[in-house]
Design a protein around this ligand. Structure first.
Ligand SMILES: Nc1nc2c(ncn2[C@@H]2O[C@H](COP(=O)(O)OP(=O)(O)OP(=O)(O)O)[C@@H](O)[C@H]2O)c(=O)[nH]1
Ligand SMILES: [Mg+2]
Ligand SMILES: [Zn+2]
Length: 319
């Protein structure tokens, strides 16, 4: 096979050499932190980062390689390597495409952009459906309206018992709490554009230098600044990925019959519903509806549950 570019020839030769002596060379393990233009930056167990290419066989078989994947690779010269295979992929998120995520930090703000409980509930449902631990992070607590927003979040999410953290990337409040929640885990930051995800990471990781952007004045919307996905190593262990913000998000792979179980506060109460597998909608003697009526469960969570139920039911809902 002819190779047009000398650089690629060298890669090919070295990859071939490494294949020949793969039995003698120690196979290393590491995690893909970023992927770009056919190269993968892999952090080995010891912490060194190797720039790798995938073995031709992997590319031919179309074996997907994702940021977050654990891989086995052969070192070429201590800085470059050849990926041999992925190991133990436990989970794979589609958007953003990251493997093995454990936790999602949902970043929102009291204003710029304004707090949307429906978007927050939607993200919580998506996190639950992928079995990720959700954390709610209200950022921009230096802005007016943050005390009211904090109170609202405490009320709405008390029954679900989601961890809540109140931060400001501007004055640094709450960052220590956030650091503790991130430690030792693989997390992604998600949430609307402009809520301050990249700004928070720039505060937590001063070397990260992630691009941030102003929220547009009139629409109070972010400008979708972050585009690429990468995992950033945290001091003291753990990895965190910034993700692009979004304005719309559909529940396209949420199962209609699983939806009630994605609202954790409904689960215990639903034991008292008349029907097992109650959809908490038109069924008689529904304990969840009764609890909402008696103000024992937050009305806004139930209201959004019905919105999502309609959405997934209209789509056919079962998968
Ligand atoms: N007042 C205040 N402004 C903040 C805070 N955090 C971020 N900002 C500002 O909010 C704007 C958006 O911040 P980004 O960090 O780019 O937001 P993002 O969530 O990463 O946005 P996308 O990448 O578009 O999803 C910037 O002008 C930041 O300076 C904060 O805690 N307080
Ligand atoms: Mg960003
Ligand atoms: Zn019910």
């Amino acid at each position: 096979m002819k190779w047009k570019c000398a650089g690629r020839t060298r890669w090919k030769e070295r990859a071939f050499q490494s294949k020949k002596c793969v039995e003698e060379v120690a196979v290393l393990r590491g995690r893909i932190l970023r992927a770009s233009g056919g190269f993968y930056d892999v952090q080995a167990d010891g912490g060194t980062i190797y720039r790798c290419r995938a073995r031709g066989r992997m590319r031919k078989n179309g074996e997907g390689l994702f940021v977050g994947d654990m891989v086995e690779f052969v070192s070429l010269d201590g800085t470059q390597g050849v990926l041999e295979k992925t190991v133990d992929r436990r989970t794979l998120l589609k958007r953003p495409a990251i493997a093995n995520v454990e936790q999602v930090i949902i970043v929102c703000s009291p204003q710029e952009p304004p707090l949307s409980l429906q978007l927050l509930n939607r993200l919580l449902v998506l996190a639950e459906s992928r079995r990720l631990q959700p954390v709610i992070c209200l950022n921009k607590n230096d802005l007016p309206g943050s005390t009211e927003a904090q109170k609202l979040l405490k009320e709405v999410f008390c029954a679900a018992a989601y961890p809540l953290v109140f931060t400001s990337a501007l004055d640094g409040r709450g960052l220590q709490e956030l650091r503790v929640l991130l430690r030792g885990r693989i997390s992604v930051l998600a949430g609307p554009s402009g809520a301050g995800k990249s700004s928070l990471l720039n505060r937590l990781l001063p070397g990260a230098n992630l691009r941030t952007g102003k929220v547009s004045g009139k629409l109070q919307r972010g400008r979708h600044i972050t585009r690429q996905v990468e995992l950033l190593p945290l001091d003291g262990g753990g990895l965190v990925a910034d993700t692009p913000g979004f304005s719309q998000l559909d529940l396209d792979d949420v199962d209609r019959y699983a939806l009630p179980s994605l609202f954790p506060e409904f689960i215990t109460v639903s034991r008292h519903c008349r029907f097992t597998g109650c959809g908490h909608h038109e069924e008689p003697d529904c304990a969840v509806k009764q609890a909402v009526h008696d103000s024992c469960l937050p009305a806004v969570r139930y209201e959004h549950y019905l919105v999502f139920l309609k959405e997934v039911a209209m789509r056919g809902g079962v998968r």
